[in-house]
Write a protein that binds this ligand. Structure first.
Ligand SMILES: [Zn+2]
Length: 156
């Protein structure tokens, strides 16, 4: 699948399926997206291939105080993915709304629902956590293996 920014200067190809898709309802994501939640598909960095221009990386404050790095189109400034300190540059949180077909990546889990806008109702049975979750409980075996492989590569 492919995606990109509004002016089409940034185009990316996603090679494979995401490890997991987060709907984040924290107030920081609400501000950064201008809407009720972020929708991020987590990919190993090497599976997110830029096929036109390269994005610019903008250091942005984050709730943890450690900051996040947001990859934006240098022309239209639309954000296409970001890195968080936890996994570092090895994992790209791709903004699902920039994909050509966002319907392919519905959320696997809703996080920080303690600050969810009260009029947003989650589907019955949706996995939801007031803050963050324990990956051991939520991730599939495949996701655990992929994330382990990412961390091994980072250590080297
Ligand atoms: Zn652009």
């Amino acid at each position: 699948m492919e995606g990109g920014c509004t002016c089409r200067n940034i185009r990316y190809r996603l090679n494979g399926r995401p490890m997991i898709v987060h709907a984040c309802h924290c107030t920081w994501c609400q501000r950064e997206t201008g809407t009720v939640h972020a929708l991020n598909a987590l990919y190993e960095a090497e599976l997110v291939e830029h096929i036109a221009a390269e994005p610019e990386i903008i250091d942005t404050p984050s709730a943890s105080g450690k900051g996040q790095r947001i990859a934006r189109c240098p022309v239209c400034k639309v954000a296409v993915w970001s890195n968080y300190p936890g996994s570092g540059p090895a994992v790209r949180f791709v903004r699902v709304g920039t994909m050509d077909d966002p319907t392919q990546c519905p959320p696997d889990v809703h996080i920080f629902t303690s600050t969810k806008q009260p009029w947003v109702t989650l589907p019955p049975g949706a996995k939801a956590f007031a803050e963050f979750y324990d990956p051991a409980e939520v991730w599939s075996d495949e996701t655990k293996a992929r994330h382990r492989a990412v961390r091994e590569r980072v250590k080297k």
